[in-house]
Write a protein that binds this ligand. Structure first.
Ligand code: BV8
Ligand code: ZN
Length: 253
């Protein structure tokens, strides 16, 4: 990406930030990449290499082999526990503080299940796909945060004797109604929509950028790769969020 193109794009985005009092941000696994967490579609390594995440992240996979799926999520929990939020996460927390101090609206919507945004200080964010730090009993439905890493047994058990599953939204499962409605609302009413580190492949999250654009918001994407959203946005920056967000979102003179 030539430096002068990035400079122009940065100026445009800073202009959008000055002009709006309502921003909606959608993040995907790419935002956690510079913390050392492989993205959802990165080739899986080690003993997971032979599994397709699209296959594992399903109710069918859990029904077929709960211990295997529980191990996969436990591995990812361990990985994220060993990682730290990166400058991209922290830049978003600063932007939220700045917008809210000025009485403006800031909504962070994430597809990520690692809770690195919360560890970076983000507040009130919308977790479209849940999190693997909360597990739910498949018998009595009790949900609770599970901080023990690694789990002593797979899958973890509930005191009622039931099996616990991660409280994430698997493929083929519907998203939490109220969370999706809030995300849709934020996309429809924002003046600026940022799509950060997502392949824009998974629905219904992938539609939010187009909802914002259709409602008249300025739209920006930051991703080292082109995505299906790229042709729709006002500014599509080829780059990584950990490196670019601190500069692009820094206090604008
Ligand atoms: C549903 C939780 C009702 C589990 C996940 C309409 C059309 C077609 C299909 C469908 C449709 N509606 C529904 C579907 C089916 C399906 C779907 O979307 N399939 C797609 C793939 C074809 N959707 C569903 O099933 C959803 N449920 O709609 O219910 C229904 C049901 C059935 C049929 C109809 C309706 C539920 C979807 C939620 C699935 N659960 N996660 C877990 O994590 O284990 S989704 C999973 O993908 C992760 O959460 C992940 O966050 C998400 C999206 O991926 P990304 O975050 O974008 O990550 P990815 O690896 O793909 O990309 C990373 C990006 O970062 C890349 O672009 C890369 O270039 C970039 N990057 C890399 N490094 C950096 C970077 N960017 C910036 N900086 C860097 N350093
Ligand atoms: Zn139970």
């Amino acid at each position: 990406m030539p430096e002068e193109v990035l400079q122009t794009q940065t100026e445009m985005i800073r202009g959008f930030l000055r002009e709006t009092d309502a921003i909606a941000v959608l993040t995907g696994a790419g935002v956690s990449a510079e913390s050392g967490i492989p993205t959802f579609r990165d080739a899986q390594t080690g003993l997971w290499a032979r599994y397709d995440p699209m296959e594992l992240a399903t109710p069918q996979a859990f029904a077929r082999d709960p211990a295997l799926v529980s191990r996969w999520y436990d591995e990812r929990r361990r990985k994220s526990a060993d990682c730290e939020p990166n400058p991209g996460h922290l830049a978003l927390t600063r932007l939220q503080e700045e917008f809210e101090a000025a009485g403006k609206h800031f909504t962070l919507i994430t597809q990520n299940v690692d809770r690195l945004h919360q560890r970076a200080g983000s507040r009130g964010l919308l977790e479209l796909h849940g999190t693997f730090w909360v597990w739910r009993c498949t018998s009595c439905g009790e949900e609770r945060e599970e901080w023990e890493v690694p789990f002593p047994e797979h899958p973890p058990r509930c005191q009622c004797g039931g099996t616990r599953r991660p409280s994430v939204v698997w493929f083929g499962e519907t998203l939490p109604e109220s969370v999706l409605a809030a995300a849709w609302q934020a996309a429809e009413h924002c003046g600026l929509f940022l799509s950060l580190g997502t392949s824009s492949l998974v629905e219904p999250a992938a539609s939010l950028g187009r909802v914002a654009a259709a409602a008249g918001a300025k739209t920006v994407e930051i991703n080292p790769q082109e995505t299906p959203l790229s042709p729709w946005v006002d500014v599509s920056v080829r780059g990584t969020t950990g490196k670019l967000l601190p500069t692009i979102l820094s206090a604008r003179e």
